[in-house]
Design a protein around this ligand. Structure first.
Ligand SMILES: *Cc1c(COP(=O)(O)O)cnc(C)c1O
Length: 214
């Protein structure tokens, strides 16, 4: 009950349309229906779509793991990078963003429960990364992003989402500009929203099943 009541008071979460593997045409169709924010996993795959769709003025989020040698490109190609998980990326993205652009919106990706995943910082590292980001003129700290360990039953991700929410509240208490908790995908977005997601990242449920990567 308590959860339902507080969920009712929160604004509806924003929708990030995850367009990886989808052609520019599919993105253009969703844009024509009013969707503005799109998520891509690979800098190179995104570049072709961003070029083709530049006149539409869409908002692009990088949601895939960022290799250091792609940081320069990512810093200028995206409006948001959701996957900062180490100090070297803070430096590289800030250095390459360029003073003529608005600051790059960034989320810290936290490895909230998946011991096997090599991506995302440990929860204990969030404070230091946040402090570093907040001190950079070309980065704008907006919050956290998590991908819980996959479970066949989305209910089993609830505890991880709740832990992410608690970390988010701590961060927000320290940095008033923090407003984004990115969690929830096609198969677990209800649980994520119930636990306080402000941004859900949805691919399959919007575009249909993806073709396997070749
Ligand atoms: C692919 C992907 C999504 C979207 O997943 P769907 O199950 O297709 O909704 C969301 N977040 C990340 C990080 C992804 O890689």
């Amino acid at each position: 009950m308590k959860n339902a009541a507080s969920a009712a008071k929160r604004p509806a979460p924003a929708l990030l349309a995850v367009s990886k593997t989808q052609p520019a045409q599919a993105v253009a169709e969703l844009a024509a229906a009013g969707q503005r924010a799109f998520g891509e996993n690979y800098v190179q795959e995104a570049a072709a779509k961003q070029a083709a769709l530049a006149p539409l003025g869409l908002e692009w989020h990088l949601i895939g793991h960022l290799q250091s040698n792609k940081a320069r490109e990512a810093a200028v190609a995206f409006d948001w990078v959701q996957t900062i998980d180490r100090m070297s990326l803070v430096d590289a993205l800030d250095r390459h963003r360029g003073a003529e652009r608005p600051a790059l919106n960034v989320l810290i990706q936290v490895n909230i429960d998946d011991e096997a995943s090599k991506h995302g910082c440990r929860p204990g590292d969030v404070a230091a990364l946040a402090e570093a980001i907040a001190g950079r003129p070309h980065l704008f700290l907006r919050g956290l992003m998590v991908i819980p360990e996959p479970h066949a039953d989305p209910e089993l991700r609830r505890a991880a989402f709740a832990r992410a929410r608690a970390l988010f509240e701590v961060l927000r208490a320290q940095y008033p500009q923090v407003d984004t908790l990115s969690m929830g995908m096609s198969d677990d977005l209800e649980v994520a929203v119930a636990e306080g997601a402000t941004l859900v990242r949805v691919g399959t449920a919007l575009f249909g099943a993806r073709a396997p990567r070749t």
